[in-house]
Write a protein that binds this ligand. Structure first.
Ligand SMILES: [Cu+2]
Length: 259
């Protein structure tokens, strides 16, 4: 036991040294990939401009989240108007048929629930409700529209998709550069799906306000509804998919286009 503790400590020390040596480096050093060096530096400068605070200056590390190239200036946070002017832009159109074998009677948010097979086993299991960002969010504007998607499938036929549609027959999800939207995912299936949006952060709405965690991938449990905010701050065609790659390959995939 003491061996593993010692190893952990060494690992942590190693990480710290890496950060310090990175921070102390001349960013123009030829030995470092100049691209990544420039990005890091740009990220730092932007962060400071955006927030008016010298975040991370005491440790010399680059704090997360880093703003994207088109991040809008921070607006004053107001918990009360988070849903003001919210447009439900896409009433979900479910494509029913053999590709959908299940629709739950009711769905709920279960951020405190550790998930299938992990509750009631006598151990404390960390959940999404426990996640809290270390730094306040970069973009505190309320969302202006909501994009709701249902995770759908047929377990027997092994067909997966969003809203009963597989990737090859679905249109891309279009986001306007600079807009802030809420994604709502409802899981109609009996499996958990870890949904990954590339290129943009997913800010899980788990009740911590401006300290809601920034995530790459968000797991949705069976019959669960989860929501997260996305700032469309980086133009491009981004993959959006279930991270069980056999689900992705069989249709649970969309392109998100930011332009
Ligand atoms: Cu999946």
């Amino acid at each position: 036991m003491s061996g593993s503790t010692e190893k952990d400590k060494q690992g942590m020390t190693g990480m710290k040294m890496d950060n310090q040596s990175m921070a102390g480096m001349d960013m123009g050093d030829k030995d470092m990939g100049s691209d990544s060096a420039q990005h890091m530096q740009l990220g730092d400068q932007k962060q400071q401009t955006m927030t008016g605070m010298e975040m991370g200056s005491c440790t010399g590390t680059t704090p997360f989240p880093q703003p994207g190239p088109n991040t809008m200036p921070i607006m004053p946070a107001s918990r009360t108007n988070i849903n003001a002017n919210l447009e439900r832009s896409n009433p979900v159109h479910m494509h029913v048929g053999p590709q959908v074998d299940n629709v739950p009677m009711q769905v709920s948010e279960r951020l405190n629930d550790p998930g299938v097979g992990l509750s009631g086993n006598g151990r404390r299991v960390l959940t999404y409700a426990d996640l809290r960002a270390r730094y306040p969010s970069v973009d505190r504007r309320p969302p202006t529209r909501e994009i709701e998607l249902r995770l759908s499938g047929n377990m027997d036929r092994y067909i997966w998709g969003f809203n009963g549609q597989k990737f090859s027959s679905a249109e891309p999800i279009e986001l306007k550069l600079g807009e802030r939207v809420r994604f709502v995912l409802i899981n109609d299936t009996m499996m958990e799906h870890p949904i990954h949006l590339h290129g943009l952060w997913s800010e899980l709405e788990n009740g911590h306000g401006e300290f809601n965690p920034y995530k790459h991938t968000i797991i949705v449990k069976p019959a669960e509804r989860v929501s997260y905010l996305v700032s469309a701050d980086t133009p491009g065609h981004w993959a959006y998919h279930c991270h069980l790659l056999y689900h992705m390959a069989s249709g649970m995939f969309r392109t998100v286009v930011v332009s």
